[in-house]
Structures are given as C-alpha cells and as structure tokens.
Design a protein around this ligand. Structure first.
Ligand code: NZQ
Ligand code: ZN
Length: 391
C-alpha cells in the first residue's frame, strides 16, 4: 500500500424525505443568504423545486436563484452566478440537481470568493485560495460530485472541458434521497451506472500499489452497481436499487476506491475532450465508448491485473494456461454489460465524426504540454490510436 492522505469532510444526509430538512440544516449552520442553483428544469417538473423553496421559507432562509445549468455546464453561466453571489452577499451556494448543476455551483462558489477570472483555475494557471461553502441536493446518481474534490466546466468559446480538483470543492453537506432519482430516464440512469463504475475501475486497474482492502471495496462498489443498475432499469422506483446506486456513486469518487494505489484516470481525460467538443454527448455515454477502447489498448501491459478484474468482478473463469484469454473475457464482459444497459460503444453512435479525432487528441495533451501517465505514457499518437479503436 503506498502512502496516502484521506480527507472527506462532506456531511451526508441520506434517505427518504431528507431534502425537506434543507432549510433547517442551513439554518443550523448559521448561513443567511443562499444562491439556489439548478439545471434545465427537471426539478420544477418533479415538484422538488417547490419543496426546496418551502423548506427554505419555513426556516426563514433568504435566497436568490439561478437555474439553467446545462449538461456539460458552461463558464458563461458560472460567471453570471458569481456576479449574483457578489451583488447579493450570498454566503452559501445550494446546488440542486445532477453533476452538472453541482459542478456549476462549485465553480460559482470558487469564483465568487476569488477576485480573478475563474477559468484561470480550470486551466491550471492559478490555485484558488478560498471558496464559498456549497451544499447539494443530489437528483442523479452518477458523478460523485456530491462528495468529490472535482468540478468540471466547459469553456464554450474554446470548446474545452476542464476539471478543477481541490479540497475547496468538497461540499459542506450533501442531501441524498434516492427517491429523487426515480424520475431519471433509463438513458441517464445507464450513463450514471457507467460513470460510477468508471470512477471505481479507473482507480482499480492500475499499475502501482498493492491495496487488498481497497481492491475489495472497489469490487463491492462495482458488483453492487452492476446488480442495482439492472434492477433500477427494470423498475425505476425500486428504492433499494436507487439507494445502492446513489451511495455507490458517492463512494466511487470521494477517493476511497483508490487509496493506497497510484492512478491516473486516462479514459476520463480522453472522454472530457469528447463531451467538451460535442456538448450533446453525456459524460457516461462517452466513457462507455472510450473505456473499452482503452482496455483493448492497455491490457497487454498488465495482464494479471486485468485477470483479477475479470475473475472478481465478472466471475470469468481463470485460464491459467493462457491468462490473456481471461483478460480479454473481462473486457468483453464489460462491453456486453454496457450494451445490455443501452449504452453506445462507438464514436459513430455518439455522432462524433472521425475527422475530429486529431483535434481531440491535441486538446487532450493540452496542445502538446502534457503526457498522460499510466501503464505507458499517452501522448498525441497514443490518444489517437485509442480514439481510432472507438470508431
Ligand atoms: O438539467 P435538468 O433539467 O435538471 O435535467 C438533467 C439533465 O438533462 C437530468 N436530470 C437530473 N436529475 C434528474 C433529471 N431528470 C429527471 N429526474 C431527475 N431526478 O439529467 C440530465 C443529465 O444531468 P447532468 O447533471 O448533466 O448529469 P450527470 O450527473 O451525469 O453530470 C454530468 C457532468 O458531471 C461531470 C461530467 O463531465 C458532466 O459535465 N463530472 C463531474 C465530476 C465531479 N464533479 O466529480 C466527475 C465526473 O467524472 C464527471 O466528469
Ligand atoms: Zn466520471
């Protein structure tokens, strides 16, 4: 096990009806003025908006609001939110929605507390020094943003999607009521299943670090996500299945599933270029395309680890004579599952044209400034080769 630090301070309020406590929770922290931030309107359709407003009013919490965070949230709205926070003396950002509303809220919280262009933080030109606190009410199990250090924002002018990782992004509290995810569409549910699995598996199939307890936690997250995913798709109002997905999502990306190992999320980095350039691509769907290609590209560099994944997660039989067969069986099982839950596995299905591959690869190297670490080093050439396997 290699050395690690673990810090996950988000207070979680989990279970049925918990969102109705949001006013009381905020009042107990002593905040006075809230920015209520949300997405494109699902919270109005489901009635959640009215419940949140009532809870805030009942607790005497003053608030202003900003809706419109789109899937793959953009910098323009973040800047608008920052202006509102400053003008209205907001002391807490409350993001209600999926990863996009939460990430947009995180970027607003960081931007409002630092006096500079927020893109400097996302382009890694500057480190933020402070942030407004953020609370969340999660409505989609997927990104783990409700407990993670990350916020991912697209600069719509540059068509660049970039993440900011900092402890300042950890929400102060997150309210997780699985019932709020009953209305998530089958497609978004499946995207979420893939994303939860990828946060776990990208920390699992790594080169360095023996960490048996971390392996077993990761395997539990993966296996329960696969099982609950199938159930939730069959019956969207299966509370236990939705609860499993919700908690698995939070555990998958709060750092727990990678402790004691060295990892770098290569498929995530490549996917962000796809959904950054093509805003209609959902992050989870992009991952379902990139990850199988990465596996096919990389498995030869660590066959024992791919065999462990195949045997322990997918119950593949170990071929001791020819372990490569087992590694390949694990890759095939992953692809079969993605197809079973209705995910695309090729760029064509995402409507991403072949002639955009070169540009995505160049952007993924930050225009030649970085090489992604991993089993091998991934520069422009290797990223192009992986993207070509996605065709
Ligand atoms: O915008 P609204 O109207 O709310 O509709 C959303 C959106 O259309 C809808 N939705 C959400 N909850 C719903 C619902 N519809 C019905 N009922 C509900 N209860 O679902 C659609 C997708 O929502 P979105 O928030 O975009 O999805 P997701 O949670 O997958 O977030 C994706 C974003 O998070 C980033 C991704 O790159 C992408 O930009 N990520 C953030 C991470 C983080 N901060 O830690 C890590 C991830 O790896 C990821 O990169
Ligand atoms: Zn992800």
């Amino acid at each position: 096990m290699i050395n690690f630090e673990f810090y996950c301070p988000t207070k979680v309020f989990f279970g049925r009806g918990q969102h109705k406590r949001v006013g009381e929770i905020i009042r107990n922290y002593g905040f006075k003025k809230v920015l209520l931030h949300y997405g494109g309107g699902s919270i109005k359709k489901t009635g959640l908006y009215d419940e949140v407003v009532k809870a805030l009013n009942d607790a005497g919490i003053d608030f202003v609001e900003l809706g419109g965070a789109q899937p793959n949230p953009v910098l323009g709205l973040v800047k608008k939110g920052i202006e509102i926070c400053r003008k209205e003396n907001v002391d807490l950002v409350l993001a209600v929605g999926g990863g996009s509303a939460i990430d947009s809220g995180k970027a607003i919280a960081v931007g409002a507390a630092n006096d500079c262009d927020p893109w400097l933080f996302f382009s890694k030109k500057k480190e933020p020094e402070r942030a407004l606190p953020i609370g969340t009410i999660l409505t989609l199990s997927a990104t783990g943003s409700e407990t993670s250090t990350s916020a991912v924002i697209t600069n719509e002018e540059l068509k660049l999607k970039r993440g900011l990782n900092t402890d300042l992004n950890r929400p102060l509290f997150s309210i997780l009521n699985p019932e709020l995810t009953f209305t998530v569409s089958p497609y978004q549910t499946a995207c979420g299943i893939v994303d939860i699995m990828m946060h776990t598996v990208e920390r699992y199939i790594t080169q360095k670090g023996e960490a048996e307890v971390t392996d077993r936690i990761a395997e539990a997250v993966l296996k329960s996500t696969i099982q609950a995913g199938r159930k939730a798709l069959k019956n969207p109002e299966d509370y236990e299945a939705r609860a499993t997905l919700m908690w698995a999502g939070s555990l998958s990306h709060n750092g727990l599933t990678g402790l004691g190992r060295d990892y770098f999320m290569v498929s995530h980095q490549i996917e962000h270029e796809i959904s950054g350039m093509f805003e209609k691509v959902a992050h989870g769907a992009g991952l379902a395309v990139v990850f199988p290609a990465w596996m096919k590209y990389a498995y030869k560099y660590n066959i024992p680890r791919f065999c462990q994944y195949a045997v322990r997660v997918w119950n593949c039989e170990m071929d001791y004579e020819n372990p490569e067969n087992t590694a390949i069986a694990g890759i095939e099982a992953t692809i079969d599952f993605f197809r079973e839950i209705g995910m695309p596995t090729t760029l064509r299905e995402l409507d991403v044209p072949e002639d955009s591959i070169e540009e995505m690869a160049v952007k993924c190297t930050n225009y030649g400034e970085r090489i992604l670490p991993g089993y091998i080093e991934y520069g422009k050439k290797e990223i192009i080769e992986i993207l070509r396997l996605c065709l």
